[in-house]
Design a protein around this ligand. Sequence first.
Ligand code: ZN
Ligand code: ZN
Ligand code: ZN
Length: 565
Amino acid sequence: MNPLTLDRQGADTRQSCDKPDGQAQQREATSPAAVEPQEDRARPSRRFRPLAWLWNKFPTLMVLGVIGGVGYCGHRFEWKVPKFSTLVGAEPAERDDWCAEHGVPESQCVECNADLLPRGPQYGWCREHGVSNCPLCHPDVAELKETPAVSPADLERAALGLSVEERARNNSVCKLHQRRLQFASLDAVREAGLDVALVQRQPIQETVEATGEVRYDPTRLASLSARAPGTVWRVEKYVGDTVRAGEVLAVVDAKEVGRAKTELIQALAQEELQRKVFSRLDGLSSQGIVPGRRAQEADAASVQARARVLGAQETLVNLGLPVDVESLRNLGEDEAVARLRLLGLPESIAAELDPRSTTGNLVPLRAPLDGVVVERQVVAGEVVDTSRVLFQVADTSRMWLMLDVRLEEADKLALGQPVQFLPDGSRQGVGGKLTWISTTADERTRTVKVRADLPNPAGQLRNETFGLGRIVLRQEPDAIVVPNEAVHWEGCCHVVFVRDKGFFDSDESFKVFDVRTVRLGAKNEKFTEILAGVLAGEVVATKGSDVLRAQLLKNNLGEGCCAAD
Ligand SMILES: [Zn+2]
Ligand SMILES: [Zn+2]
Ligand SMILES: [Zn+2]
């Protein structure tokens, strides 16, 4: 700002201030050294009037007063709009009657006032069953109007269930089972979305699950090749055909067979000749007509000829053509040849053939067992040798189930345990028994192979089908079960929340759930077996019981015995 302008403004101000007072202007003129603008402005205070001053300051004081009032009220009511009743001094009790720790009115809080709902008997830790306040040993702890009976069967089931495998353990020093969780009212229970269910008795089974594959029983599976190289002359059976042991699958034309038959015929003729020679020489030598040496030589030749017959017979047996040599000895040579020509062929085939014109090389390939032709690798006219598998015949009335069990579960298995198998895509399961457990584990998958024999009379099981197997460890027809969602892990124990037996005594009765430590057994899609901790007929929190767990852990934080997750 221009200093000149300022100066001028200052002068103007002085003028306008001083103008109304003529005396002042004169005094200024007489004593110019005392001219001070401040002194001029302070001048009215010399005549101070309290009433007028107050009147002038009234608006300011009003504003300050209102601000002060609002501040006080805000602080007093924590910056909430106070109820009318509070303002008028009628202080209701409910504001202070609230137990923040347990979420219910202080005056009704059973945790803060133990006398309101006295605790039942406390029996402490049960070493046998691994729960606190064990209902199996002390049925009077059950939240039921009448003390239930615990049968010897119940105790036996618990003992077996706890011993059959390593179960999750509870912390013996944990005190959370003493806690009770309370709702202010039935409406509060409803708002929390809490459901309950009866502790029931139900059949349940404990199983080890494993994926697996159905295979032919290799002890009942035959892979068949030709006994001698040759050409397939005829195929009799096809894949899927049911066959009986001994039935002909195919007929092979093999030169070796013809040769073996010829050899037998020749050996028989030779044997016959040597026999005759010997008997004549033997007679002559005994009469002294020929030397005894000649008879001995004939005897040796006769033995040799018999050995040749046996060798030829053996060759035919090895080709799958057993032959009755004794009956052939009584036949003439032509008849014997005719008999041997169709040797081994079944009547059904032999009847169609002319024994005089048909080749003598034919040899049938027979099924060694009752079963089904599961594979055929040959057609008529094909050249085959002895190394090639032409047919596979399987007895499918029993099948093998190979299961891969996780290594850590293999210890639970024993031979003879029942096995259930559900093939993929099938709704009908098949049952069998565990017959073999491998002594080695697969180094890559860390699984152990086990086998079950499955009956398959209707043939519904097929080779190389996959599916889910269950090995049954324990079957309980009458187990104590709760819905799966009722069970919680609170950090060191499994617990369920049991509804107090007085819950529905009246509208005012305390809506309380007790914490009960439990030991778990088998589990299926819906239910968990409780080996110890609750008894049938008690009522447990199910759907929405996470609310109770959260409340339990909230109150437990800092208590130290359990680590909340
Ligand atoms: Zn409380
Ligand atoms: Zn017990
Ligand atoms: Zn615990």
